[in-house]
Write a protein that binds this ligand. Structure first.
Ligand code: GLN
Length: 541
């Protein structure tokens, strides 16, 4: 029997609902339960694929090719369960499906309304595509009180009626702000937030209260009384030094006990030894390396969430702390700025879209190549490294990418046709921006004697993609003669997937996003190897 835990947030946004959901999932797993995590996003975009990373952080990509909210990354990293298309939905998607059905005549002339048509579609989504999961943790994006969130709250309210209170639970995450002049943690915002939930007919079962210091017993009692929850169900969620400590800290506060009590489950105590071990390793590194991340969205770190996590995993695997220098690539388009890269132990150019800052990325790749600094180029970071080698090693002066307009030597060009599971997918220059990229997991074949083959230790890999443009294989020979080789291709041999420079200590560009598959308990081999190379580099400089 699948049980549903709905996670809502109140008081302010950015309280870490995604992490809280992921941590609770990890706790339930450590008691032997099978979990699935889902996110309902109230915004009107059909998917986050066209949203600026500045507004909503990174776009996460699933194996089955969904462009999803970055919280799915937390879910995967904490639970180890690969997310699917059916794990994230937005208001825009729900409405566009309902409207498409209406146009087809599926509603037989009925008047289409938020209740029941939109709420029915939301409920159908929540319970769809499940098999033998013990728990579905379903996070509602946004903050209680947002207009867009109402249909979702109504849908989860109805679900509890339909499935029964013993199969559903409401967990509400709030904030207790500390007011220095009063010398107190304040409970009023939490009371108001719960009132807001009650006004839509939802009585939270558990309150998870973020605070920057211990919540005194008296305050917990007050919250319990005013918000109509058991005192044991008012759980404090204090700030911790490492995200891996979050499950441990919640468990110490009794969160998983409370969940089991709610569902009348006599489950064994959780085994948190792996979380203890990884927290220990993450908080007590034996050294430090510095990696420069040369990108475009360096002003908002959520824009590179999975990347930062994957680099941290690489650090844990090598017992070092990875210090990240976030550098806006545009600075390298000015005079006398390359010294910013001096002394770093690795340079990473991440994925990105659009022309702004690309010459700076090319300059960073050149610096790494010429100064023997470990370089990892991801997607656009690979494409720009290839352009750099084409221009400066192979002497192809007009080398560029057609993403930035017509160019004489299209080293990187638009892909208009590719194969997936035996089906040819097509697009033209005029296709929509949304959902028209090469998206999701694709296989690649690694060349036998390549560096990348050694790193992965296998001939065939599957990695997640999200891009429109591809390195043009017709330039492969010219590049190889000049020193950069294509060391992996798509199984049909048409699309270059990985490039490397054999004469360089560690220079690799990948067309896919390895950061999306790295997990704390299973660090991605590319990041483990890259940080290992950075450690070697730190012994030289
Ligand atoms: N803009 C490039 C493309 O579409 C790279 C995309 C990316 O880095 N994810 O091919």
């Amino acid at each position: 029997m699948t049980r549903f835990i709905f996670i809502t947030g109140g008081v302010v946004s950015s309280l870490g609902k995604g992490l809280a959901s992921a941590a609770l999932a990890a706790l339930l797993q450590s008691r032997g339960f099978k979990v699935r995590l889902r996110k309902l996003d109230p915004y009107i975009n059909v998917d986050p694929g066209t949203m600026s990373p500045y507004q909503h952080g990174e776009v996460f990509v699933t194996d089955d090719g969904a462009e999803a909210d970055l919280d799915l990354g937390h879910y995967e990293r904490f639970s180890g369960v690969s997310a699917r298309k059916t794990d994230n939905v937005t208001t825009g998607r729900i409405y566009s499906d309902v409207i498409a059905k209406e146009r087809r005549g599926d509603y037989l002339g009925a008047t289409i309304q938020v209740i029941p048509h939109i709420t029915d579609a939301i409920k159908a989504f929540v319970v769809s595509d499940l098999t033998d999961e013990d728990f579905v943790l379903c996070e509602i994006g946004g903050t209680v009180g947002d207009i867009e969130g109402l249909p979702f709250l109504e849908a989860i309210r109805q679900l509890s009626n339909e499935l029964g209170r013993d199969r559903t639970m409401y967990l509400h995450l709030t904030l207790l702000p500390y007011i220095p002049t009063a010398g107190e943690l304040k409970t009023k915002p939490t009371q108001h937030s719960v009132k807001e939930m009650l006004s839509v007919g939802i009585q939270p079962d558990v309150l998870l209260c973020r605070a920057d210091r211990e919540i005194p017993e008296a305050e917990r009692r007050k919250i319990a009384q005013f918000c109509n929850v058991r005192q044991e169900a008012v759980i404090q969620a204090l700030d911790v030094d490492s995200i891996y400590r979050v499950p441990i800290s919640y468990s110490e506060q009794g969160l998983d006990d409370e969940v089991c009590r709610h569902f009348h489950l006599g489950a064994p105590k959780p085994d948190l030894s792996r979380w203890q071990e990884i927290t220990e390793r993450a908080t007590k590194p034996e050294g430090e390396v510095t990696v420069a991340v040369v990108g475009k969205y360096t002003g908002l770190l959520d824009a590179y969430k999975s990347l930062a996590e994957a680099l941290a995993h690489g650090g844990i695997a090598n017992n070092v702390k990875v210090k990240l220098n976030w550098i806006d690539s545009e600075i390298f388009e000015g005079e006398n700025t390359m010294h910013e890269l001096e002394g770093v132990h690795g340079i990473l150019v991440p994925g990105g879209f659009g022309e702004r800052g690309v010459e700076g990325k090319i300059a960073a790749a050149k610096f790494a190549r010429e100064h023997n600094v470990p370089y990892l180029g991801i997607c656009l970071g690979m494409q720009m490294a290839v352009v750099e080698s084409a221009r400066n090693l192979a002497g192809i002066k007009g080398a560029g990418s057609t993403e930035f307009g017509k160019c004489d030597e299209p080293i990187v060009g638009l892909i208009t046709e590719w194969e997936r599971d035996g089906i040819i997918e097509k697009r033209s220059e005029n296709s929509d921006m949304g959902g028209t990229m090469r998206l999701g997991a694709y296989e690649a074949q690694l060349s036998p004697n390549s560096h990348i083959r050694k790193i992965y230790g296998t001939d065939t890999i599957s990695e997640r993609h999200r891009h429109r443009y591809e390195v043009n294989r017709n330039y492969g020979d010219a590049l190889a003669k000049a020193g950069m080789v294509i060391s992996a291709k798509s199984p049909d041999g048409l699309l270059p997937e990985i490039v490397e420079i054999p004469g360089h200590p560690w220079f690799i560009g990948v067309q896919f996003h390895p950061e999306l598959k790295s997990r704390p308990f299973d660090p991605h081999p590319l990041f483990t190897s890259f940080i290992n190379a950075a450690v070697d580099q730190s012994r030289l400089v």
